[in-house]
Every structure is written in C-alpha cells, then in structure tokens.
Design a protein around this ligand. Sequence first.
Ligand SMILES: Nc1ncnc2c1ncn2[C@@H]1O[C@H](COP(=O)(O)OP(=O)(O)OP(=O)(O)O)[C@@H](O)[C@H]1O
Ligand SMILES: [Mg+2]
Length: 257
Amino acid sequence: MILEVRDLAVRFGGVTAVGGVSFGVAAGTVTSLIGPNGAGKTTAFNVITGFQRPTAGGVMHDGTTITGWRPHRIAARGLVRTFQKTSLFPGLSVHENVLTGLHLRGRVGFVAALLRRGRVGAEERALDDEAERVIGFVGLGARRETLASALPYGEQRLLELAVALAARPRLLLLDEPGSGMTISEKSALAALIQRVRDDGITVFLVEHDMRLVMGISDRVLVLNYGRLIADGSVTEVQRDPEVIRAYLGTGATRERA
Ligand SMILES: Nc1ncnc2c1ncn2[C@@H]1O[C@H](COP(=O)(O)OP(=O)(O)OP(=O)(O)O)[C@@H](O)[C@H]1O
Ligand SMILES: [Mg+2]
C-alpha cells in the first residue's frame, strides 16, 4: 500500500465529518472514494495532504507516518492534490500556472522561475520543457499563453491537472476533476487518468460522475456520513445493497457548482 489511513476521525465541533475509517490505496492503481455530498471525502483528502489535522487516527505514506505534517512537506514526498474549488492563478497564463506546479515539489522557486522567464539558460529550458510536456499531455498545447481566467471551465480543470502533474506526483489526489466538464471532456479526462496510472503514478480520485468512476477504477471506497460502507472492485461496489441504498440508487451524478 502506498497510502494507509488508520482509524481516521475528524470532528468539527459537534459535526463528525469522518467517523473512524481505515483503508489503503495500493500502488499503481486508480482508487476512487465516492459517496453523497457531505460524506467526508474532501475532509479525508485534507487530512491526507496536511490541510486538516485529524481528531484521531493516522496516515502512512510508504510506511512513514505523515499525520499532521505541513502540506508542503507532504507534497515534497510526492503526494500532490487538486482542489474541489479551483486553485488556479486567474491572471497567469496556462504556462505560468504550470510553473507554479514545478514549485510545489520544491525544485525551483516560483518567483525565481517567473522572473527568469525569457532568459536562455539550461535550467530555464529544462523547466520549460517540463511545463511544455504536461501542457501537451493534458491537451492544452494551443492554449499556452491563454490566461487561466479566459479558459472554458472544463479546460480550467485540465489545467489544474497539469499543475498537479508538473509537481511530479507519486500519488495524485484528484477532488472532483470532472465537475463542470462536458461529456466529451469527461471521456478525455478518463483516458488521461488511465495514462497517468500507466505512467506509474497512483491515482486517488474523488468524483460524483459514476460513469467516470466505474470506467477507470481498480478499486472503489464508499463513504457515507463519515463511515466506510464498502471497499471493493467496481462490480462488488455496484452490487452492494447498502451502497445502492445510500448513493447509487439515488440515480445521481451529483455535483455542486
Ligand atoms: N471546516 C469545516 N468546519 C465545519 N464543518 C466542516 C468543515 N469542513 C467540512 N465540514 C463538514 O464536514 C462534513 C463533510 O464535508 P466534506 O466536505 O468532507 O464532504 P464531501 O464528501 O467532500 O462532500 P461533497 O461531495 O459535497 O464535496 C460536512 O457535514 C461538512 O459540512
Ligand atoms: Mg468534497
């Protein structure tokens, strides 16, 4: 297991967001975490990536306990996330946003990278090559100089994916990457996620679009009111009566704008 979460609990005052869950994410898989609005999915991601301290329980990455570590230190280990709400710099171009992702992994100062743009040195060229590679990978090659704020919503989500990939993740956590995408953008996203996995990056996905989830996941975890109610293959989870009752049976690919 590249990631192990043990007896994780998060309470906000009287609200139990996560009520004591344990699970693992196997290296080299696409593992999805699904469940109704408010089930605790984002809260779990926040704890894993250091944005939220748990009330109880712990997180291990590759055998090292990382519970309570600061986000940048966790990112430096290769646990890189995207956010449910956009985290792009709207006034920066596609290319400049991707440079911020290179910074996440701590390899180059963000400000330095921006200031030195245009100077022709081996280091800048290497950075630009890497930025170019991920921009091309997500299919935004023609948008390199476009401001993030000027991109259609679906392409903003692809840019968020590119920024995360620029940080060279070993474990990539995606919080509703398909929200706001058109059907064709979602199928392109599904193909991209599978290519990411095939490149050896483990993917941990939170997503409400069940077609997307069931099409690409090696394993599915189901949260409901902060409790893990299922953990299995796509087929096992789709047939699980409790999962159908709590989530799938509601017929929804629910997302919030
Ligand atoms: N900072 C916070 N303070 C208080 N309550 C919070 C906080 N963050 C989350 N919660 C509550 O914890 C519960 C779980 O929220 P969370 O955002 O993890 O759900 P989710 O599964 O990601 O839902 P969605 O699918 O809508 O994104 C909800 O009841 C939410 O209102
Ligand atoms: Mg959420």
